[in-house]
Design a protein around this ligand. Structure first.
Ligand code: HEC
Length: 456
């Protein structure tokens, strides 16, 4: 890990020395952080003084560090007042987002979209739909964050590879931590409690990434995940069971080792195939979870009070199972000495001690991945996905009108579309107001408008 960070540091140096000298930009309360982002050049650090900032921040440059200064226990607080959709979104590679308190956003508190070699560290996130949500990235570190109140997942790593999620605390979310359609990723030394489900490892159909594998879950504390599921009923997260320590639906090669798994009322670990879990079939996706290895965990009092989904599934006698599996998993195993009560694992064998992941230190690559800068077209697509789809679905009304109706209204008028998104005016009185998207900048808004009208 240390070696890795030094290498990242060194390559950033060579990167910045080729340009003008990197500088620190200080942001004081009363000013907009986004104004400093506009001034910043690759290699710069934006240091934000303690205080409260009401804005959405969007970074589309690489190698920018955004750091909240903490003084006497006071944070730089980014506050959406439950009106704004997104807190901090970056599509820049080598982004660092460090030390903020982010609260009151309706969509994403902190999101990366298509960014590689990023770090999201030491932040406190309170209340959001997705807490910390890196999507479509490679080589990322999420460390030392505390996340609560997310209506979906506290940390939601989507379609990403080579990611470390370590030493975070997630509580009172629908899901504490989630890897969705991820390859090669580590969760270690996290504390996950009082969520509906503590940790979710999923493979979701219909997404561009068609597999999920090589996930290591070790040395976490996973306890008391019995929170009532408070996801909006129409969302996919509403299907997440209450009372579960770890849910596995779809991924292969998952090793769960040396965790403390306690007092989860439905089960300690549940392994489902995608179809039993109620997901639709995707012809390019293997719905079964194979090669699941459960080794040397510490178990106590799981499965003793299943409700709803699990109560139905297991029936009146179905209590007290630490592991619940559908029995369709190939090449899966439990280390014999665990001696756990389980159902559905008759075909699982005993794990070989040599399969231990105790020494698996990091899923990140020894060197940063090569990353091209995005073209205007790519930026338009990424930002549309990151920002606009939070409220606009293609064919149905989400929070705003459908994208297909927007396409019809603005055919051949990308400038007008971009101008509306920049400074929306109230039109439909049965809809909420659309928050202004001017922070994205004219160039990106124009790319989004062209993407919507020409490519979608
Ligand atoms: C927080 C939710 C939210 C986000 C994020 C959002 N919108 Fe909207 N949008 C709305 C709502 C609500 C309306 C309806 C507003 C009204 O009619 O008063 C709307 C309406 C629109 C319209 C219709 C304008 C018209 O003339 O009727 C366009 C175009 C639009 N949005 C584009 C975008 C684009 C582009 C993005 C991304 C950059 C975006 N929106 C992000 C909520 C949102």
């Amino acid at each position: 890990m240390k070696k890795l960070l030094m290498m990242v540091g060194a390559s950033m140096l060579t990167f910045t020395s080729a340009m003008s000298a990197a500088k620190d930009i200080i942001v004081q309360p009363g000013n907009l952080i986004q104004d400093s982002v506009r001034l910043a050049e690759p290699g710069d650090r934006i240091l934000v003084e303690p205080g409260i900032y009401h804005e959405s921040i969007y970074i589309d440059k690489s190698n920018i560090t955004l750091k909240g200064i903490q003084r006497d226990g006071n944070y730089a607080v980014i506050d959406g007042k439950n009106k704004l959709n997104d807190g901090i979104i970056t599509s820049g590679h080598f982004s660092v987002i460090d030390g903020f308190k982010v609260r009151g956003y309706k969509g994403n508190a902190i999101m990366t979209q298509g960014a590689n070699n990023f770090q999201i560290i030491n932040n406190v996130v309170e209340g959001a739909f997705y807490g910390i949500f890196p999507q479509y990235g490679k080589n990322g570190l999420l460390k030392g964050n505390t996340i609560s109140g997310a209506e979906d997942a506290g940390i939601y790593v989507g379609m990403s590879d080579n990611i470390d999620v370590i030493e975070n605390v997630a509580f009172a979310n629908v899901m504490g931590l989630e890897f969705e359609n991820c390859r090669t990723a580590l969760m270690a030394d996290n504390e996950v409690y009082n969520n509906s489900t503590g940790i979710a490892l999923t493979l979701i159909p219909g997404l561009p990434v068609k597999d999920a594998r090589h996930l290591v879950i070790r040395d976490n504390i996973i306890r008391d995940n019995n929170h009532v599921n408070f996801a909006p009923p129409s969302s996919i997260a509403a299907q997440i069971p209450q009372g579960l320590g770890i849910l596995v639906v779809g991924p292969d090669e998952v090793t769960i080792e040396n965790n403390i798994i306690e007092d989860n009322d439905a089960a300690g670990i549940a392994v489902f195939d995608m179809l039993t879990f109620g997901l639709v079939r995707d012809s390019e996706v293997d719905p079964f979870s194979d090669v699941i290895r459960v080794m040397k965990n510490q178990w106590k009092n799981n499965g003793n009070n299943p409700v709803s989904l699990f109560a139905e599934l297991l029936g009146p006698a179905g209590k007290g199972f630490e592991i619940v599996a559908t029995g369709k998993e190939k090449d899966s195993c439990i280390l014999q000495q665990d001696g756990v009560d389980s159902i559905g694992t008759r075909r699982w064998s005993g794990c070989d001690a040599a399969m231990s992941v105790a020494n698996f230190e990091t899923a990140m690559l020894p060197e940063p991945v090569e990353s091209e800068e995005y073209s205007a077209e790519q930026k338009g697509r990424l930002t549309y996905l990151a920002v606009c789809t939070g409220c606009h679905a293609y064919n149905t009304v989400l929070h705003g009108p459908s994208v297909s109706s927007i396409k019809a209204m603005y055919a051949n008028k990308p400038d007008a579309l971009a101008a509306y998104a920049s400074e929306p005016v109230r039109k439909r009185h049965d809809f909420p107001e659309m928050p202004p998207q001017a922070y994205l900048g004219e160039e990106t808004l124009s790319a989004i408008a062209r993407y919507i009208l020409n490519d979608l």
